[in-house]
Design a protein around this ligand. Structure first.
Ligand code: NAD
Ligand code: UGA
Length: 479
């Protein structure tokens, strides 16, 4: 088997497939990298001449696309053609939590992965190395293998169509994807056959130091990905739980985080208290771990990890309740400015963003929200809230406004947020929200006015000469 890959196909042009393949193309000009997706609108955006319209926002991605697209990097819907010509196929499709049937609410829905395996089985020619890039439950490789092996063709005792399956989970975080891909902490390759592992190893070794490329068995690799996300999410729920104690006792979660993070055994990263973790993966991957644990009869293990998700849910609710309480127990018809809707800064992704549940709660309580985000579009917020903005309703003359319930405006201009607002709620740590003239803003808001900083981006000193009330996450001292 050849270990020198010349042609790659990646199925799935999403937040992982797009950036990952762009970096491989950039680092390996001798490999032809072809990203395919069944979503033609998404592919059209990947091919758009205006790089501001790429389907995902990721710092540094546009430069790589302009260097490689049309040379050794293509985006298309030609699934059959690109699989046929590939020596290696990455499966990088979505694996959301099942919404119905066995395991609903916890297990991963693998129908998209299975569809990919069937396409590879049908369209591949000769020997193909299939790489799981999607995050998958342990033992999924077995399912993929069975589907592929069922299509293996033998003629005159010679195998004409054959496969190897590898696990190569992705550890990039959104907003820093390019940096994470160019300088990864590690690359993990799980597999059984040395030649297949070597073929993938040779690609990464073009830019990743070899001591950072770890080889494991396939099941360890699949489990390590779920575990990695579970450990990271667990740190966030831990610090958010301590933040609540800080608020109750007069301690300050930033000081506590600094103190514990200085212990080299604990470390300082991932200790920022916030509005609760979001993103498409933490919740889904932990629930997947919970499902696996239950499946293997490990109920105590399952409830340990389930606690991380429950705490996160409780924490998001805690913030909406707190806002209502501070505004005299009612936000009905009160104007509240929401700064940030994406689940973290530097991405346009809103999946599982804490802003969704907090905004829904406040609208339910009757608030009029003015929502701003530098990268998230109005339509996306409408979809997430299940409610068109007042602007859109007026435009469409639709009347989906629920009586006695609140509403929301899309604030394309940030200055619309402040006049006559009763409160401002900072939910995403965008850099643009760190340089406001709070003295000036305080003159525009309706008094008594509140600033709720769920991301700790404000220095309380900046508000000292204003008559604004400040609540900061985990701050039992200043608020
Ligand atoms: P995504 O939803 O952004 O992209 C998935 C793409 O796959 C979609 O464009 C969809 O149209 C396409 N697709 C689905 N089935 C297809 C099929 N049969 N044929 C062709 N195209 C198909 O998802 P994502 O965020 O890129 O995540 C992909 C996987 O990577 C998930 O398993 C996720 O858990 C994992 N992951 C995500 C991140 C992240 O930061 N988003 C990081 C690490 C790992
Ligand atoms: C996370 C992991 O960090 C990646 O390694 C992994 O590949 C990815 O999930 C995945 O599998 O999808 P991502 O969700 O993009 O990446 O972003 P993170 O930086 O991990 O942030 C997740 C959430 O936690 C965000 O809502 C963020 O605001 C929150 N967070 C993060 C905190 O509240 N505090 C922190 O200290 C860090």
């Amino acid at each position: 088997m050849k270990t020198n890959i010349k042609n790659i196909c990646c199925i799935g042009a999403g937040y992982v497939g797009g950036p990952t393949m762009s970096v491989i193309a950039d680092k390996c000009p001798d490999i032809s990298v072809n990203v395919v997706d069944k979503n033609s609108e998404r592919i059209a955006l990947w091919n758009h001449s205006n790089l501001d319209l790429l389907p995902i926002y990721e710092p540094g991605l546009d430069e790589i696309i302009s260097r490689c697209r049309g040379k050794n990097l293509t985006f298309s819907t030609k699934i059959r053609e690109k699989i046929s010509s590939a020596d290696m196929v990455f499966i990088s499709v979505n694996t959301p939590t099942k919404t119905k049937g066995i395991g609903a609410g916890q297990a991963s829905d693998l129908k998209w992965v299975e569809a990919c395996a069937r396409d590879v089985a049908k369209f591949s020619i000769g020997h193909t190395i299939v790489v799981e890039k999607s995050t998958l439950p342990v033992k999924t490789a077995e399912v993929i293998k069975k589907i592929l092996e069922a299509s293996q063709i033998t003629k005159n005792f010679q195998i004409e169509k054959s496969f190897d399956v590898l696990s190569n989970p992705e550890f990039l975080a959104e907003g820093t994807a390019i940096k994470d891909l160019e300088k990864p902490d590690r690359v993990l390759i799980g597999g059984e056959k040395n030649d297949a592992i070597l073929a993938l190893h040779n690609i990464y070794s073009k830019w990743v130091p070899k001591e950072k490329i770890l080889h494991t068995n396939i099941w360890s690799s699949e489990l390590a990905k779920l575990t990695s996300n579970a450990f990271l999410a667990q740190r966030i729920s831990s610090i958010n739980s301590i933040g609540a104690i800080c608020e109750a006792t007069g301690a300050d979660v930033r000081e506590v985080a600094r103190a514990i993070g200085s212990d080299s055994r604990i470390g300082s990263k991932f200790l920022d208290a916030g509005p609760g973790f979001g993103g498409s993966c933490f919740k889904k991957d932990i629930l997947n771990l919970v499902y696996l644990s239950k499946y293997f009869g490990l109920d105590e293990v399952a409830s340990f990890w389930e606690g991380v998700v429950k705490l996160n849910h409780w924490h998001q609710k805690r913030i909406s309740i707190l806002v209502v309480e501070k505004l005299f127990g009612s936000v009905s018809n009160k104007k509240i400015g929401i700064l940030g809707f994406s689940f973290k800064a530097n991405t346009n992704d809103t999946r599982e963003s804490a802003a969704i549940s907090i905004c829904k709660d406040l609208i339910e309580e009757g608030a009029i929200l003015y929502i701003h985000d530098p990268k998230v579009e109005e339509n996306q917020i409408s979809k997430d809230l299940g409610l068109n903005s007042i602007n859109l309703n007026r435009k469409n003359k639709a009347k989906n406004k629920i009586q006695n319930s609140g509403d929301w405006f899309f604030a394309s201009n940030i200055d619309e947020i402040f006049p006559e607002a009763d409160a401002i709620l900072i939910l995403t740590e965008w850099k643009e929200y760190t340089n406001f003239d709070w003295e000036k803003i305080s003159t525009k808001m309706r008094r008594p006015a509140w600033i709720f900083d769920a991301r700790s981006i404000l220095d309380p000193k900046e508000l000292e000469n204003t008559n604004l009330n400040l609540w900061r996450i985990g701050d039992g001292f200043n608020t």
